[in-house]
Design a protein around this ligand. Structure first.
Ligand SMILES: Nc1ncnc2c1ncn2[C@@H]1O[C@H](COP(=O)(O)OP(=O)(O)OP(=O)(O)O)[C@@H](O)[C@H]1O
Length: 617
């Protein structure tokens, strides 16, 4: 891709420069060869009929008007009516089949693009704005729909009539045809010249429209922040600027196209007038019949309108090359983390040999967008089956990064993560992720009902299983009290629930999935004491007999964890139990002091909040 906004995409496709890009679309049309044949036949038929009308015109003039024969006139009229009928049928068939094809191919293309992007590595979405990707799926595909469903067939039909009219012209009158042929390059020159400009501007125009979309998307997503900081008028202005830029580019494109069309019309009609003059003179001198001239002008007009149509459609086709380029580039981005390769996870029981179920071995990792700044450095960490490991450390220490690597959203630059002794890169991502469940700090809920949200990790779970999971997650009672119980719609991103409720739905989801390994990112947000108590109880249930990694913020978790790992600047700086770390790690002691406001010694636990007390017995 060659435009600026896409310069950071990690695909390597070269920017193709011509309409040949459109041939990439062939792979999407291939399955519908039958329809294509049908449309093609209808197209040839209608073009043929249109051309034969010229002969009808000739007969009409020479044998009807000039020969003064009413019979011949009636015959010619009937022939023309018959041809028009045939043309109507042909046009219906062509229009229906071609438009059907446009819709069908666009639908397939949309699915193909969505199916592909959903498997891409997450870092792709860090360097490509979601608004832009959305615009590929909607605007670009709609453009192609127009192209396949109309412009393409218009271009084909016009090319056919152009060639047919040219042949018939040559047959009718060679001298006049040569004049016409001399005129053709004159018309084509501006088409090519302006066409190139239009294409460039089209691409810029589509980019700026994508920018407008992603800007609005972000603002709507953060609408409460915008309003609470009273930034409405600033955002209105900023958005207005984006829209005006888009308008400006569009205006320049439209102007080039208007120039193109005007020039072509001027040249074409100038040429036809010239023809009429030369032909009229020939007719007056008796060198050709009136019918011949009539037919000639008819074909010349057909040729002219064919060229005019092509010039107009050419601009459209060029816009489509931009869209196709982007879509194909998007389809060609390879996922850095293939979804469907590698072996299945066979046996995750580490057995009696005390082998670590999970191990991070000398992990070195930088995020692709920050290659200079290591997020994890020479990190070694392991966890035995059924044990819990709490990760603590200051913000930015690399705790969440460990979760990301474990789920294979990224691969480490060095070192390996093993599950029951097997490098997770050798496992199929799907089967690896089936062993894991994550309860994130900000639970991700979908715009759907409670059933759907809890079932998300196990779509085939029965209603009873969902309810059992909700009960275990201390969510059943509040769900029952919602207006429609489990059928209640949660709103966009679960907006109709409180923070604690959202978390308990997320916990129920994880309980239902019943994973081998649990990744828990505790909420730091202040839940009220009761909510926190429920969440804590739900987590206890979830963690029972399960290998658990916790990004720990709560005293109860830290005290209960089998192991605590202290991270700082991407390094593991201490590991042990709470009491040991208080002695051995100054950072841990400082964090503990800060977090709990007062120095924590194990016997002071009873003075901690209700949730803690409940969890430490
Ligand atoms: N997607 C990303 N791209 C680039 N850098 C990132 C990305 N995510 C995190 N980082 C950086 O990696 C480092 C580790 O971040 P990480 O999120 O793992 O910290 P953390 O210990 O989980 O912090 P917190 O407790 O605040 O969530 C930080 O310096 C952070 O800025």
């Amino acid at each position: 891709m060659s435009n600026d906004s896409d310069s950071n995409t990690d695909n390597t496709t070269k920017s193709p420069r011509s309409l040949s890009v459109l041939f990439h679309l062939w792979q999407f049309m291939r399955p519908y060869k039958g329809t294509l044949w049908g449309a093609g036949i209808a197209l040839v038929l209608t073009a043929g009929i249109t051309l034969s009308i010229g002969q009808g015109v000739r007969i009409l003039i020479d044998e009807g008007f000039v020969a003064q024969s009413t019979e011949a006139l009636t015959q010619a009229v009937f022939v023309i009516i018959g041809l028009s009928l045939l043309m109507a049928i042909g046009t219906y068939t062509r229009f229906y089949l071609v438009s059907w094809l446009g819709e069908r191919v666009t639908a397939d293309l949309r699915k193909a693009v969505f199916n592909h992007i959903i498997t891409l590595h997450p870092s792709y979405f860090e360097t490509n704005r979601s608004g832009e990707i959305m615009s590929r799926l909607t605007t670009d595909t709609t453009l192609l729909q127009n192209i396949i469903g109309s412009s393409f067939s218009m271009a084909l039909r016009s090319s056919l009539t152009f060639i047919g009219a040219l042949i018939l012209l040559l047959v009718t009158n060679l001298k006049l045809s040569l004049i016409v042929l001399l005129g053709v390059p004159l018309v084509l020159a501006p088409i090519l010249l302006y066409g190139r400009r239009v294409r460039k501007l089209s691409k810029a125009s589509q980019d700026s429209i994508a920018d407008v979309g992603s800007y609005a998307g972000e603002i709507i997503q953060h609408i409460k922040t915008v309003q609470s900081y009273t930034r409405e008028s600033h955002e209105q202005q900023a958005f207005g600027k984006e829209v005006e830029t888009a308008f400006d580019v569009a205006r320049r494109r439209v102007r080039q196209r208007a120039m193109l069309i005007a020039t072509v019309i001027l040249l074409v009609f100038g040429a036809i007038t010239g023809l009429l003059w030369v032909g009229g003179n020939d007719m007056l001198a008796g060198r050709m019949t009136g019918g011949d001239l009539g037919a000639f002008v008819f074909y010349a007009i057909m040729m002219a309108s064919a060229v005019a149509t092509i010039s107009e459609v050419y601009g459209e086709l060029q816009r489509a090359t931009g869209a196709t380029e982007r879509l194909i580039a998007l389809l060609q981005v390879d996922s850095l983390i293939p979804f469907d390769q590698g072996q299945k996870v066979r046996n995750v029981d580490s057995g009696d040999d005390q082998e670590a179920l999970l191990a991070f071995e000398d992990i070195q990792f930088c995020y692709p967008s920050r290659p200079e700044q290591p997020a994890l450095q020479h990190l070694n960490l392991s966890i035995a089956e059924g044990q819990s490991l709490a990760l603590v450390g200051p913000s930015g220490a690399g705790k969440s990064t460990l979760f990301e690597l474990l789920q294979r959203f990224y691969d480490p630059d060095q070192g390996a993560i093993t599950l029951a002794g097997t490098d997770i890169r050798e496992l199929s991502t799907e089967s690896l992720r089936q062993q894991l469940a994550v309860v994130p700090q900000q639970p991700a809920l979908f715009t759907a009902d409670v059933w759907y949200n809890i079932r998300y990790g196990k779509p085939d779970a029965t209603d009873e299983e969902v309810i059992a999971a909700a009960k275990a997650a201390h969510a059943h009672d509040f769900i029952e009290k919602l207006p429609d119980g489990y059928n209640s719609h949660l709103g966009e991103q679960g907006a109709r629930l409180s923070g604690g409720q959202k978390q308990r739905i997320a916990i129920a989801r994880a309980i239902l999935k019943d994973p081998k390994i649990l990744l828990l990112d505790e909420a730091t947000s202040a839940l009220d004491a009761e909510s926190e108590y429920h969440v804590q109880q739900a987590l206890e249930t979830l963690m029972q007999n399960r290998t658990t990694l916790i990004i720990a913020h709560r005293l109860a978790t830290i005290l209960h964890a089998d192991q605590i790992a202290v991270l700082d600047h991407g390094k593991l700086i201490a590991q042990g139990k709470h009491s040991e770390l208080l002695e051995s790690s100054p950072l841990y002691k400082r964090l503990a002091d800060l977090q709990f406001q007062e120095p924590i010694v194990p016997d002071a636990v009873s003075a901690a909040p209700a949730a803690t007390a409940a969890a430490t017995d």
